[in-house]
Structure formats: structure tokens, C-alpha cells
Design a protein around this ligand. Structure first.
Ligand code: GAP
Length: 512
């Protein structure tokens, strides 16, 4: 999928009430977005799918909802005050600021693209007899590019691990990376920039207290670990899940809702015995990948990407990447966070955060596996994968969002054929009977064809048309979004037909 298609997806999101630029009438606020009437429904359904998969399907996972403001020492203990930085570089000509690591990652992605194009070309040339593995191992141009990529990648990984800012700059210089705007290589030094937003709370004689807007929801879970464990009588292994807003002063804010300054996370911390963390890490990797793939967009759209640089708290980490219109990108992180956070909070707070394990008859600080996914990135991945433009048999085109039915904002469009003869009343009767189970939308404006298109564009899996025959025999025409097939069904069968496909329960059953 190309950047052009991505642009279309962004406009589609606006045109149909999914996502608006924040503060638009004041010319917008960069990297902050509002969800509209359709977007909020889709977002809520994504959150429900995640939440239920965590707290319904796992007896030993419970949820919390902690505050955004927390004691500032929490961020000292978590390492965010000292280490939650991005390496920045400025171009002296365009005066634009970039993340040095992103410039290098983009450079590496370009080499990957080159290699893949070379392979694709050869595949076309050789047809069925093409042996891709052999070609990759022997073609001189592929080998040359691969060697270049491996060398830069190794330097890059080492520079990140050593937090070596000079070396990051040197890689940019050596790879002759240019500013995409000015086209020049006139770069400044690389500097660290802390991503947390801060504000002031209260007012005292000594001045107000500096507090931070949380950059992740996870710390709210850590500091409540003992509260939940004791009041819920939880036994290790157990998990605590939370959905909530997080804030980061992202420097390179781009790609729509992919990188935002205010966003939402769905995080789960799973507390385990020390020494068992890598087994649980493997287990949660599998569980989370299954959750993603159950949406039915195709397994080839997902891959794991193991981290080159482990965060200060991790002993293993991987990303679930999804093929966005602009390439494979992280939607979820799965991290083995050791006992870093709990131990650190113990140290800074002076309060014991240990668990007494009755089976081992001893106390210890649990280790933690974290699964952390961004709601907004998940939203973007779903909309991108669902968006399709189709040329129909009559030569017309339709734009359809093939959203998984359980996530669709509207489940049923109810359309009276004409605005008279008692058809609107009959349509309202149908909605009144079904509205307790599904979100329905009534639409009587324009031709039936136009109304179908509008429902296709927001991803409604079913539409029913109420006509004169409906008044006589209580049947309607049901039309399926994906196949556009239509059939006549009894009104009292609608609930069964629709619930089978749109039910969250059935989706959860595929993974539970
Ligand atoms: N507690 C661990 C943590 O926060 P992370 O990899 O920094 O890990 C987890 O973030 C997820 O949150 C990411 O995979 C992504 O989906 C989402 N996320 C992070 N920064 C984001 C941003 N600026 N805009 C939108 N989503 C973001």
C-alpha cells in the first residue's frame, strides 16, 4: 500500500467522523487528535476486545483504573526522569528537528526496500522456477546491500546500547543521510531530550509541586501491586490490566495517529516467580499474537521484531509489528521487565513490595512480563487493513471498510425504501426491537444505492431495506457489506443472523 492510499485513509477518517484534528478551528494542535462519532465506537470496541480478552479469559488477571497524576518520585524511581529521552538532531538549513534513531531506521528500511524490490523483479523474471533463498544468498547486488545494511545495523545497535550520541551522529554522516526538507547534510550534534510533560500541582508557601503527566500507564499498576494482591487475595502468577491515557512530548510527530502526544495505552503487568519470567514472556508473546491474528486481516500482516536496545528495565523485549500503509510498524511491545520497577519503588518509597509465596514458603520481589499496546495504533492498523476501494460490475467504485464485524461502530443500517406509506414507522419498529443488542442507524435520505455506500464507508456489516412487502409479510431484504449479496429474511430472524457475526463473544471464543 502506498503513501497515497494512506492519505486517502486519513481523509476518510475525517469525512466519516472517525478522527478529527484536535482544535481544528484554531488551526489544530500538532499530534493531538479527537475521535468522532464513528471513531469513538470503534475505539470502544477495540478496548472491549482487549479488556475482555484479559480479564474475562484469564481468571488470574484483574483490572484497575489509576490516576494520571502520580507522586513525582514515581518517575524518578521508574527511570523516566533520567532516562526517558530521545536522541535529537537538528538540520541547520531547514531548522527542522529529527530523532537521530528514526533517521537511521528509515535509512535501513530504504536498503531493505531496495533488496526486496530486486528480489521481486527477479521473481517476475524467473517465474515459477525462482528460488528466493538461493537468489538472496548469491546475487551480488543483494549481497552488497545486505552487507551494507548489516554493518550499519550493528553500529546502530551498539551506539543505542552504549547511549553513544557521537556515534549516532557519525552514522548519519557516514551514511550520507540528508534532511528530507532541505536536502542537505548540515547537521548539529545529537542531544538527549526528555519526553515527559510536566505541570504544577497546588500552591504552597514553598511553591507548587512539579508533577508529570504519565508517559505510560504501567507505573500506576506497579505502585498498586500490593493493594491489588492483598485485597484481591491474588496468587502469583497473576496480572493487572489497565487502559488509560498517556502523554509524551514526541519530537517527530507524524503519520497521523501513529505517533501522538496524547494517546491511550492498554497495558497488562503479569507478576511471576523470579526465574520463570522468560517462559511467561514466550507464553504472552503467543497469546498476544493470537489476539491480533484473530481479527482476520491475514497472518502475513504481523511479525515480531526483537529489540536491538533493551530498555533500562528489560531482560527480553519484542514488538508486534503490523504492516501499516507506510511499512511494518510497532503496535505492541512485550517486555520482560525483571523486578526493576518493584525493587526501585521499594527503594524510593521505603515500603516493602514483596510477595509471600505460600508454596515456596518465602518472600520475594516478583518479576514482571508486560504487554503494552497503543489503542490509537491499533485503531490505525485496523482502519488501514479494512480500507478498500473496489470497482463494481457496473463500473462504479465503492469505498468499503471491511472492519471485523464485532468492532464495527454500527452493526445494522435500517433503510426504508421510501419516506412514506408507513415504511419509516416499520423501520423504527425494527430498530426499537434490536437497539438493546446492537448499534443500529436509521437512514432515509437519498437513493438506496447511496445509502448502502454510506454504510459501506463506515464499515456497517449489515443493512436491511424495508419495503411495501415488509408491511404485508414481516420480511426485509438484508444486504451483506462484504459480498453485497442480498436475501429476503423474516424480521424476527434478524437478531439471530446479526448476533452470530457481530458478537464479541464469538470473536473471543476463537482465542479463549
Ligand atoms: N509501558 C511500556 C511502554 O510504554 P512503549 O513501547 O513505549 O512501552 C507501548 O509503548 C505502546 O504504546 C506502543 O507499542 C504503541 O502502540 C503505543 N505508543 C507509544 N508511544 C505512542 C505515541 N506517541 N503515540 C501513539 N501510540 C504510542
Amino acid at each position: 500500500m502506498s503513501e497515497d492510499v494512506f492519505k486517502k485513509i486519513v481523509s476518510h477518517c475525517k469525512e466519516y467522523g472517525f478522527v478529527f484534528q484536535s482544535s481544528e478551528i484554531y488551526d489544530g494542535l500538532s499530534a493531538v487528535y479527537d475521535y468522532g462519532q464513528m471513531g469513538v465506537e470503534l475505539k470502544n470496541n477495540i478496548k472491549k476486545y482487549w479488556w475482555d480478552s484479559m480479564v474475562l479469559l484469564n481468571e488470574n488477571v484483574v483490572g484497575i483504573d489509576s490516576a494520571i497524576f502520580m507522586h513525582p518520585t514515581i518517575w524518578k524511581a521508574s527511570g523516566h526522569v533520567d532516562a526517558f529521552n530521545d536522541p535529537l538532531i537538528d538540520n541547520k538549513d531547514s531548522k527542522k528537528r529529527y530523532r537521530a534513531d528514526v533517521l537511521i531506521e528509515d535509512y535501513l528500511a530504504k536498503i531493505d526496500d531496495k533488496i526486496n524490490k530486486e528480489v521481486e523483479k527477479a521473481a517476475k523474471r524467473f517465474g515459477e522456477s525462482f528460488d528466493e533463498a538461493m537468489y538472496r544468498q548469491t546475487n551480488p547486488r543483494v549481497l552488497e546491500n545486505q552487507a551494507k545494511r548489516d554493518e550499519v545495523h550493528a553500529r546502530f545497535a551498539k551506539a543505542l546500547n552504549d547511549s553513544n550520541l557521537e556515534e549516532l551522529r557519525q552514522i548519519i554522516v557516514d551514511c550520507e543521510i540528508v534532511d528530507p526538507i532541505s536536502g542537505t547534510r548540515n547537521w548539529t550534534e545529537v542531544r538527549q531530550f526528555n519526553l515527559m510533560f510536566s505541570t504544577e500541582m497546588g500552591s504552597t508557601a514553598d511553591g507548587a509541586m512539579k508533577v508529570y503527566l504519565r508517559p505510560e500507564t504501567a507505573q500506576g499498576i506497579f505502585v498498586n501491586f500490593l493493594n491489588v494482591q492483598k485485597t484481591g487475595r491474588m496468587k502469583i502468577p497473576f496480572g493487572i490490566a489497565q487502559i488509560g491515557k498517556a502523554f509524551r512530548n514526541e519530537i517527530v510527530a507524524r503519520q497521523f495517529i501513529f505517533r501522538m502526544r496524547e494517546f491511550e495505552q492498554m497495558e497488562m503487568q503479569f507478576f511471576v516467580r523470579p526465574g520463570e519470567e522468560l517462559e511467561w514472556f514466550a507464553k504472552w508473546k503467543e497469546v498476544r499474537m493470537k489476539w491480533h491474528k484473530a481479527l482476520g486481516f491475514g497472518d502475513h500482516k504481523y511479525r515480531f521484531h526483537d529489540h536491538d536496545k533493551l530498555a533500562h528495565y528489560a531482560n527480553a523485549a519484542t514488538d508486534v509489528e503490523f504492516e501499516m500503509p507506510f511499512g511494518f510498524k510497532e503496535v505492541e511491545g512485550i517486555h520482560s521487565r525483571t523486578d526493576f520497577d518493584l525493587s526501585s519503588h521499594e527503594k524510593y518509597s521505603g515500603k516493602k513490595l514483596q510477595y509471600f509465596d505460600p508454596e515456596l514458603n518465602k518472600s520475594y520481589t516478583p518479576y514482571v512480563i508486560e504487554t503494552s499496546i497503543g489503542v490509537d495504533r491499533m485503531f490505525l492498523s485496523i482502519v488501514s487493513a479494512s480500507y478498500a476501494e473496489e470497482v463494481l460490475e457496473d463500473g462504479e467504485t465503492r469505498v468499503v471498510l471491511r472492519l471485523p464485524a464485532a468492532l464495527a461502530p454500527i452493526k445494522l443500517g435500517v433503510l426504508p425504501l421510501v419516506k412514506k406509506d408507513g415504511l419509516p414507522e416499520k423501520a423504527r419498529e425494527i430498530i426499537d426491537a434490536l437497539k438493546f443488542d446492537f448499534k443500529c442507524q436509521y437512514d432515509e435520505k437519498d437513493s438506496i444505492g447511496k445509502r448502502y455506500r454510506r454504510q459501506d464507508a463506515i464499515g456497517t456489516p449489515y443493512c436491511v431495506t424495508v419495503d411495501h412487502q415488509s408491511l404485508e409479510d414481516n420480511t426485509v431484504t438484508i444486504r451483506y457489506r462484504d459480498t453485497m449479496e442480498q436475501e429476503r429474511v423474516a424480521i424476527d430472524k434478524l437478531s439471530d443472523i446479526i448476533s452470530d457475526k457481530v458478537s464479541m463473544k464469538n470473536l473471543l471464543k476463537t482465542i479463549g
